[in-house]
Design a binder for this molecule. Sequence first.
Ligand SMILES: [Zn+2]
Length: 327
Amino acid sequence: MIKYLSIFLLGLTSFATSCGEGKQKEETKVEDGRILIEIPNMMGDSVYSFVEKQVAFGPRVPGSKAHAECAKWLESKFNSYGAKVTMQKFKADFHFGASAEAVNIIASINPEKSKRVMLSAHWDSRYVADKDKERKDEAILGADDGASGVAVLLEIARLIQQYPLDLGVDFVLFDAEDQGDEEILESWCLGSQYWANNFHIHNYRAKYGILLDMVGSKGARFVKENTSMAYAPSTMNKVWEVANELGYKNYFIDEESEGVIDDHYFINTILSGSIPTIDIINRPKNSRFGKYWHTHGDNMEVIDKRSLMAVGNVVTTVLYNESVGAF
Ligand SMILES: [Zn+2]
């Protein structure tokens, strides 16, 4: 059974505008001068199982059988949640000379609505374990680096189907994010670079974007990443406020950190900030992205459903607040 979180909306005056579209309006509950809305809660077992399922395909390296099978599964999952799914194929040219057919998977809820929020993650996993001591040339499972963010987005899509909201939401799963070389900036994030230069629909617009990357490890630590703060400071600060209200300040730490190269970097720079996008990404204190990062240790053992739920509940709360004009 789904539990609800009762969340204080951040604003009061803007609520009236959201009720004018002829929809049946639910009775408004007010407490201490603030409106309460009900927001569906992430189910830990569900979101965890979505990580497991992706990992069970094996490494999702573009061109591999696991990659093709996982793409089909993701397409069918989003279809089953009532989203309009676009499979945006493109040729990924890798820095090591090879190329493969890659695909950005874009799932849209309420595609007719002009007010939209874009949620993204990368769904590929890395072709090598270059930070490992063993089997460096073998692809990794990417339970956290890739699968965790996708799992949270799938769970959000599942919740929205059960509890529809008055907002357009686009889930954009980028491919070929993690096949790069540290010396070559443009070798990373091929899917988001392609998408930013070739929208899936003409004149695509979203109010803002939220990227999830490495959001599932035990004790994950999200700090205010510099590129996000440069392009989307108000979104970032408000997301952190929501996290604080929900009691997740141990995960969402009020601290700024250096910028990282991730899909949001290319979205922000290529689009000159027209879809201001933040990155929610784990930055542990004693290592760059976690000791398992780009090793074979990035498997189900690092995944903690509490971290997945923390991120998922924060993003879900943002969406349901946004749908009543209160974010
Ligand atoms: Zn990575």
